[in-house]
Design a protein. Sequence first.
Length: 299
Amino acid sequence: MDWQEQMISLYLFVCKHYRQTLCYYCQRMSNYADLSFSDEEVITVFMFGIIHGFRTLKTIHWFAKNHLGPWFPRLPCYVGFDQRLNQVGEVFCPLIEIICQEFPEIPRESAQALMDAMPIVMAQRGRRFSAKVAPEIATSNGYCATKKMHYYGVKLHIAALRQDQALPVPQYIGLSHAGMADRKAYEQAMPEMADCADQWFADKAYQIQAKPIHREFDIVLNTPVKKEKGQKSLDAADTLLSKDISTIRQPIESLFNWINEKTGIQLASKVRSYKGLMVHVFGRLAAALFHLNCSKFSS
């Protein structure tokens, strides 16, 4: 699929669902609104720019102005484009749900649910104490153990169903403040995901009572084995169990890495408002998942 076909497919997809449901998420109550550049075009330009590797609104607008001019002749100036995008920002959450519904279904009896979280960093280290953007959800008590980094921002949680030789299919996507424990996010997702899979796989942060395998509400949570206090190494059986569980849950880490490489979602230092944060997170997720879905059909 060349870029023209991809853009047309994206535009038609957005138009179809905007007219059916998405329009209700960005209704305007003012007496006059200039919609010569439509909401559908705003969404399409943003998502298409993200898919093609542009990371900031300024570069996306530059790309559309200089390379997509004949396709979008009423493209507003950069400030106008930014304002319009924030106005339609609430459509991206339901749009993600629509995109995920088009992924292939996985039977419950063979489904394995994977869960993990990724930091969305708005400021880090010393700057996190003076950051004040999006206080409705962002906090300064975030810590990423992988990078050994304290940060100000939010945390993205994804529960997905594992596929053979493919990235997992997202089923639950949530955004929390940076300090929320992974275990608490799992407890919130579990009621909605209980019908999708009996077996869940996660890292040690999701453990309860230090049990590598824990059953509750007819769901089995599998996590790697933790060393006990003073224990220098695991025995052979625990090492093998941890290796198997880590191998099964590895695709969720690949999904996060792929999304970040495709969209630059993890770095949100340019965000200046709550609406901008919602567009940054869910708009980029929508673009990545649409691209992933199209790749499945074109391959």
